[in-house]
Ligand binder design. Structure first.
Ligand code: BF8
Length: 669
């Protein structure tokens, strides 16, 4: 199915609708308007374009005359689609893992006392991670342990032989499968190089073998680079627990200096959080006529500061240009990944200072203030001053009023705690709820926005369908922000959207029906939850036994493909929306679906239809329930207790209400 240039409905986000109108009036383009003008290349979109050597590029588009074309070198459609996919996965794995590496270097500098402004905030987690690496902690100071953990972690990422340390955190059966089929990864650095080598011209030509290699590479990301990024962020900045904050463009303030942190790495943004709280800088902002400093985020840097510090988010990926178009942003501070090049040009049309900070990322039109963990707090202060100085340059603003509360902060440690408290924290109640059928299953709905489909629309539709069907949803990345905008990440959402069983579970524990677990590297937290569920008992003994699915409805980034591949390799059925980048090869479609399912119990499918995604998900969850011999899902069985019943009772006359509640006859009103 050809990719649509742009959907009829661009977005369901009321803030976005308002700012898009302003963009049109001012004559500025956005990703929405550019997508409409620039239909996707139909050859590339299906994985039919081979660009790996200069005998091409070859376009392997079947025609009547040539139904099975090959490239100049003879490469088949399957080889080309598999190579393209493998390279995407490797790039995604590299991005996540390099993010992890930067955090490891910061941890080392903190341990050595060389990183200004940082501290070790979660020492128990540092000890736990030291334990995974077999580092003795007796008699050592946390700082020394931090240095040793950092050095082991770097060596692990660069491991040339053997397998990465964190693999042993997976269920035993899963580890055996990986070893048996030969995809237990070495260090992710080696795995990424391996993929780039084997997909070079004249190397690996067997589609199945190429994709087999890509699974190993993706595992090096999920259970390696990403998991380390999560762990080390928690050690440095604290392991998240629930708090209340806000999301959408309405969090910008007309009378304060607005600073947006955008990208992925929490290292600098955490220092900016600290700097904006310093009385001296607040006074400085006031001296320039502002009432204060308002720090907000976009994308996954936002998710990091949102989860830990409750810093509001101005929205997800497709909100980044719109934030600038409000005219109210003094500085957009970016680090790495998902920063659209267009923000460089756009920021020059407004007073917004775009500030690049990563040694890896420069953008034309931006001011570069390079991050260095050794002087992080000073750099953060410098950036905040630049933003404050820019407040005087602000012209007319148009800030939408729409925002919504959300409750993020569901680390796997907190989920374990909330299910039983300090004394009896465990995944038992969650497993029991699935076994009884109160919960039909679980789903991770993650990933990006993509202007080729309705912004937030697919996220919202799919998650609401899951909630209706008593499926507990966990989210990360832009997906979490998408549904937070519409009130799905607060406790009340259970009353409005959840089926009867899920509602009971949410009421009993006191949680929203959709749990925000963090940024995209924090998908590794979902791996840990699945492992805990698999080892708790009652739901089989492996991740692939659990009645659950993983969805990336509006994906666009290569990182999303790496995430999908490592979840599939971990035993999960993963569905992607938008379009299929492997559609040109039936063979590759089959390998990634039936082939992978046979080999590792998980699979990856591209389904450009949200209703079909829901249908396939429910069928899969029900099939997994049946395989575990659990009772078939029955929505009429639960939901007759708790707040729901209370709400119904409150509608009744007093006499009936008191009688129902206390068994006491009361005279009619
Ligand atoms: O890493 S969900 S658009 S911001 S890639 Fe990017 Fe996609 Fe958003 Fe976070 Ni993840």
């Amino acid at each position: 199915m050809a990719k649509e240039a742009a959907p009829k409905v661009q977005t369901i986000d009321p803030s976005a609708i308002e700012v898009l109108k302003r963009a049109e009036e001012l004559g500025y383009s956005t990703a929405f308007s550019r997508a409409a003008k620039m239909p996707a290349c139909p050859i590339g979109a299906e994985g039919a374009c081979c660009q790996i050597c200069d005998m091409g590029p070859c376009r392997l588009v079947p025609t009547k005359a040539n139904p099975d074309p090959v490239g100049v070198c003879g490469a088949t459609r399957a080889t080309v689609a598999a190579r393209n996919m493998a390279r995407h996965i490797a790039a995604g794995a590299a991005a996540h893992s390099d993010h992890g590496r930067d955090l490891i270097f910061t941890l080392e500098a903190v341990g050595k006392g060389e990183a200004q402004g940082y501290e070790l905030r979660d020492i128990p987690k540092l000890y736990a991670v030291a334990g995974y690496f077999g580092i003795k902690t007796d008699g050592k100071k946390p700082e020394q342990i931090a240095v040793e953990v950092a050095q082991k972690a770097i060596a692990d990422m660069a491991g040339q032989k053997g397998e990465i340390t964190y693999l042993k955190r997976a269920p035993k059966k899963r580890q055996e499968i990986w070893r048996q089929v030969g995809i237990a990864p070495r260090g992710v650095d080696r795995e990424v190089v391996d993929i780039l080598h084997r997909t070079h011209m004249g190397d690996d030509q067997d589609a199945e073998h190429i994709l087999h290699g890509s699974l190993r590479c993706a595992l090096g990301d999920g259970w390696g680079g990403s998991m380390m990024a999560t762990d080390i962020s928690d050690i440095l900045f604290g392991t998240p627990s629930p708090l209340v904050t806000k999301v959408n463009l309405g969090v910008l303030k007309d009378d304060e200096v607005n600073i947006i942190v955008h990208g992925h790495e929490p290292t600098l943004s955490e220092m900016i959080v600290r700097a904006v709280g310093e009385p001296e800088l607040i006074e400085y902002a006031k001296s320039k006529g502002a009432k204060g400093i308002n720090l907000c985020g976009i994308c996954c840097t936002a998710n990091e500061t949102l989860m830990r510090q409750g810093i509001p988010s101005a929205g997800n990926d497709l909100n980044q240009e719109l934030a600038i178009i409000t005219g109210a942003v003094e500085a957009m501070v970016v680090d790495v990944q998902c920063i659209m090049q267009a923000v460089g040009d756009l920021s020059q049309k407004f007073h917004t200072k775009l500030i690049t900070t990563s040694p890896k990322v420069k953008i034309t039109g931006a001011t570069h203030i390079e991050f260095d963990e050794h002087h992080a707090l000073d750099i953060a202060r410098q950036i905040v001053r630049v933003a404050i100085d820019n407040y005087a340059n602000r012209q007319q603003t148009q800030i939408p009023t729409h925002y919504h509360d959300l409750v993020p902060g569901f680390s796997h440690e907190y989920i374990r705690y909330m299910l039983g408290g300090t004394l009896r924290g465990s995944f038992r109640p969650l497993n029991d709820a699935v076994m009884q059928g109160r919960l039909r299953g679980v789903a991770g709905v993650v990933g990006c926005n993509n202007p080729r489909v309705t912004h937030d629309g697919w996220h919202n539709y799919i998650v609401k369908e899951f909630l209706k069907n008593d499926i507990l949803v966990v989210q990360t990345g832009c997906g979490a922000l998408a549904n937070a905008k519409y009130g799905l990440l607060v406790g009340e959402a259970a009353l409005e959207y959840a089926g009867p069983g899920l509602r009971e579970v949410c009421e009993a524990i006191g949680i929203p029906p959709v749990l925000h677990m963090g940024s995209c590297v924090d998908n590794s937290r979902i791996l840990t939850v699945l492992t805990e569920m698999a080892t708790e008992g009652g739901l089989g003994e492996d991740i692939s036994d659990i009645p659950g699915v993983g969805i990336a409805p509006e994906w666009m980034s290569e990182k999303a493909l790496s995430i999908g591949a490592y979840f599939a390799a971990s035993g999960v059925y993963v569905l992607f929306g938008v379009n299929s980048p492997i559609e040109n090869s039936e063979e590759v479609v089959k390998i990634m679906s039936e082939g992978w399912e046979k080999m590792v119990g998980g699979k990856m499918e591209f389904v450009p239809d949200p209703e079909e995604i829901v249908r396939r998900s429910l069928a899969h969850i029900d099939a997994k329930r049946a395989a575990l011999k659990l009772p078939a899902y029955d929505p009429t069985k639960y939901g007759k207790s708790g707040d729901w019943r209370m709400r119904e009772l409150l509608q009744k006359p007093l006499a009936e209400r008191v009688n129902a509640l206390y068994g006491m006859p009361v005279a009619a009103e």
